[in-house]
Write a new protein. Structure first.
Length: 71
């Protein structure tokens, strides 16, 4: 049985980008625009909660599915 990831896991911009199918730069833009919540380490590194990234991935997937429906 596959192990489920903890929704409170913290992801780097590169990790979040892999989940979302985007570049790390695009993930940073989403964060800067407020569409993806992030936190900063004391050293200034940006981190994302897995549950926030997963929620955005689901929203993006639903939006893509709607746009591909025949009119």
């Amino acid at each position: 049985m596959p192990e489920l990831s903890d929704p409170n896991d913290l992801l780097t911009p590169s990790d979040a980008a892999r989940v979302l199918g985007l570049s790390a730069d695009s993930v940073r833009v989403l964060s800067d625009s407020g569409r993806l919540a992030s936190m900063r380490t004391i050293g200034g590194r940006r981190l994302f909660r897995r549950c926030d990234v997963d929620r955005l991935a689901q929203e993006r997937s639903a939006r893509q599915a709607q746009s591909q429906r025949p009119a």
